[in-house]
Design a protein around this ligand. Structure first.
Ligand SMILES: [Ca+2]
Length: 98
């Protein structure tokens, strides 16, 4: 009986675990224009520069480069202006692409 109760509790916890809820998509703008990397963009929201604001790090298929858009406003209402490519030792980092 104890195992059955545990199983029910575990199962109900599994079912009650909140699944992500996604709203409609929206485009991300930077400097008044839509960010467009062509195709196969790989976005990541992270505080890249350590200022407490979540930035946009965006991998692009073209040349395998990685863009960095600094957030200049707030985490609730991020504003992205221009971007720079993430570098190592002064050279743009590139990832293999096909
Ligand atoms: Ca930041």
């Amino acid at each position: 009986m104890r195992k059955a109760v545990s199983a029910v509790i575990l199962l109900s916890g599994f079912v009650m675990a909140s699944a992500p809820i996604f709203g409609p998509y929206s485009w991300i703008d930077a400097t008044g224009g839509r960010i467009d990397v062509g195709y196969y963009g790989a976005p990541c929201i992270v505080d890249w520069n350590g200022d407490g604001l979540k930035d946009l790090v965006l991998g692009q298929f073209s040349y395998g480069k990685i863009r960095f858009y600094a957030n200049s406003d707030s985490n609730d209402s991020p504003v992205f202006t221009g971007f720079s490519y993430i570098q190592s030792d002064g050279v743009d980092i590139t990832l293999p692409y096909c």
